[in-house]
Design a protein around this ligand. Structure first.
Ligand SMILES: [Fe+2]
Length: 415
């Protein structure tokens, strides 16, 4: 996640100097801009030919996780499109769980050779990030690593990209960033530009009905972390606040049901919408120390992103308690806690206790681990994780300075 943003940079610099969150008042400056059209409907993934027509598109190139090529979902979407006169002229389904530069290049070459006019992405975060970055090459050509990695590197709008998320977590269908691993330099490259946002996001809860309980839990906790961290970010604004707060309330009401009862369409619908809202919130407000620790843990100990966030979330909240208590008290109310007889600090601690309990409930419901020691992290990796967390770009927006000693203590507690 890049640090330099094209909106509000001046404000963030001055706020950062003082570590001064702008929550209590309307910030002196903020910008809210979303160039993605969002459609929600059960079954929408089987019925969006008219949307393609509106985009002036008749030939699509499909990019998906291998799983959806095998289970027939990709086929059924292509068939439905064909029935409304939209041709799928090619398909790339070799997206690995963590996408890589060469995969993106291969995907973009296939898309160009197919004669497609637009891309269709179907899958989780990796398929989305592959499609978003492949669209740069597909639209503009050039060299992905040298010309486009970093922030605000895309000078013009890309070709249409239609995104159908299959999990309720990353919010990638509406965010302006993508992360791709580069084998050559053995590093994760981030791409950040509002032109990366998909043109159209289709939220179809029916697709998520078959998501396994544990994946539902970890992706849902990623969405909750997006909402909570964007609400306490230095770059929070009234628009991101509104989206984050609503997302928190929805996740509180529906995450456990979606995990326990996968075929509950109402719970699935709510989770998909909440993840989408939280995605818009954090794409504008950014995230903080929980994501910093998760990114570090993913890089060093290969723990899945949502799982790491779930483990770290209450500890990151404790880390920020001294500066964000009032915001956490507001979150406590969204969790349905009666805070009328509590002072601010007590209410904030009640919100943290609620998250800890939620993790225990998820453990009982689907075995989602809540300690680092249970997910393959070794104690001798904790120092390196703490160091990497202090250097992660997301720490930049955390309301409290992410210093090594204090963050190490929290990581140790999470162990
Ligand atoms: Fe995340």
């Amino acid at each position: 996640m890049g640090m330099a943003r094209w909106w509000g940079q001046t404000l963030v610099d001055s706020q950062r100097a003082l570590r001064l969150p702008c929550w209590a008042v309307i910030p002196e400056f903020y910008q809210f801009f979303l160039n993605t059209k969002i459609l929600f409907q059960a079954g929408i993934s089987q019925n969006f030919g008219h949307e393609c027509e509106q985009l002036g598109v008749q030939k699509l190139f499909l990019i998906c996780d291998p799983f959806f090529a095998q289970n027939g979902l990709a086929d059924s979407i292509q068939e439905a499109l064909a029935n409304s006169g939209i041709q799928t002229v090619g398909r790339f389904s070799e997206v690995p769980p963590k996408s890589e530069i060469q995969v993106v290049q291969k995907c973009a070459e296939a898309a160009m050779a197919s004669g497609a006019e637009a891309l269709l992405a179907l899958g989780g975060g990796s398929a989305m990030d592959t499609a978003k970055t492949a669209n740069i090459l597909f639209s503009l050509g050039g060299d992905l690593v040298n010309d486009y990695s970093g922030s605000q590197t895309i000078s013009e709008p890309l070709k249409p990209l239609i995104a159908i998320p299959t999990t309720a977590g990353t919010g990638s269908e509406v965010t302006s960033s993508a992360v791709i691993f580069d084998e050559a330099s053995q590093s994760k490259l981030s791409f950040n530009d509002f032109n990366l946002r998909p043109t159209l996001a289709l939220l179809d809860p029916e697709i998520t009905l078959s998501m396994p309980p544990k994946l539902t839990a970890m992706t849902g906790m990623d969405a909750l972390t997006h909402a909570i961290e964007s609400y306490t970010s230095l770059q929070a604004n009234p628009m991101s606040d509104a989206l984050a707060m609503k997302a928190i309330k929805i996740i509180k009401n529906h995450l456990l049901s979606a995990v326990r009862q996968g075929d509950d369409l109402e719970a699935r619908s709510n989770m998909l919408v909440a993840a989408n809202m939280a995605g818009i919130a954090f794409d504008h407000a950014m995230v903080g120390v929980v994501h910093a620790m998760s990114h570090a843990t993913g890089g060093i100990a290969h723990v899945a992103h949502g799982l790491a966030n779930s483990i770290y979330l209450p500890f990151g909240m404790e880390f920020n308690l001294e500066v964000a208590a009032e915001r956490y008290a507001g979150i406590a109310r969204r969790f349905g806690i009666d805070t009328r007889l509590l002072n601010t600090d007590e209410a904030a601690r009640a919100a943290i206790a609620y998250v800890k309990q939620l993790r225990k409930d998820l453990y009982v419901a689907c075995g989602l681990e809540f300690r680092l020691r249970d997910v393959g992290v070794n104690e001798d990796q904790l120092e390196a994780i703490a160091q990497a967390a202090t250097e992660d770009g997301t720490s930049f927006f955390n309301p409290r300075e992410v210093g090594y000693d204090d963050v190490y203590l929290k990581i140790k507690e999470a162990y």
